[in-house]
Write a protein that binds this ligand. Sequence first.
Ligand SMILES: Nc1nc2c(ncn2[C@@H]2O[C@H](COP(=O)(O)OP(=O)(O)OP(=O)(O)O)[C@@H](O)[C@H]2O)c(=O)[nH]1
Length: 293
Amino acid sequence: MTTFIHQQLRFVITEIDKAIENHQQWYQNLLRVLVSRVPPDEKDLQDEAHKLCEFGQWFYTPQAELVQDHPTFVSLGQAHEKMHKSAKELIDLVLAEQAIPASLFDAFNDCLEKMRIQFQALRHEFAELAQNLDPLTGAQTRAGMQAELNKQHSLAKRSQQPSALAMLDLDHFKQINDNYGHSMGDVVLTQTVECLQHVLRPYDQLYRYGGEEFLICMPNTTLEQAEQVAERMRVMVAAQKIIYDKTGNLLRVTASIGVTSLDPERSVEDSINLVDKAMYEAKAAGRNLVKVR
Ligand SMILES: Nc1nc2c(ncn2[C@@H]2O[C@H](COP(=O)(O)OP(=O)(O)OP(=O)(O)O)[C@@H](O)[C@H]2O)c(=O)[nH]1
């Protein structure tokens, strides 16, 4: 499944809001066609009417590519298409000066209601996703962290599926703020999260745990694999090219990373404490290091 960044989520929510409003307006016009026999909109008479309304024009273009595979969007796409096809049947009958059977009108209303429910479900889902993302970096906030860790913990207990945690803290971050300014510090945080997201798999979870500290939960990952991922993250963070002035001068940043397993035999809190300890060991041993506990 696609991982969305905060800005993308906001953009999609705006499109959903527009679609809800436009379809409200569209429905009123349809009623005028059906009841008062005003001429219909040409677009509604086309077989591909669902691609021609404003939402369709957005949904069926590359612009909306990032949501087209999303399961709730797939269902919405189907409900939306069915509703437009059903509306076309009603309009065709009106144009042929035939009565609309009550069953057909009921079927249309049913489609309309299903589509509205899908829109609301999507809005709710995306608003919730956006709420749980840190607006600066796009990493997840700690809001949903405990629930996710508990879930992985009980999965590990029931199915013997190993999970691992990593705690990553940027080194001497205060100096970055002091030397280059707080807004440059913000750029470093944002760029680092982007860089980490390239290393992580879609089902890994990246949480902003504190200012410049991130907790990573890696489901279905052994301790050895987690150490390799952490090593890749360390190398990628250190290799980042962060430009800090107009002449293209680069700023370098490194990270200290602790790794441990989300061991079903101990509590989630104990695993977090342990991964934190491992991260501090990496700091104490000279920084820009991975330590496993
Ligand atoms: N720019 C920026 N700075 C932040 C943010 N959140 C926390 N910080 C800063 O991060 C710095 C963290 O500093 P310290 O905890 O002293 O750690 P450090 O300088 O990274 O040193 P070590 O962790 O020991 O390597 C503080 O100066 C915070 O103000 C943020 O959102 N943006």
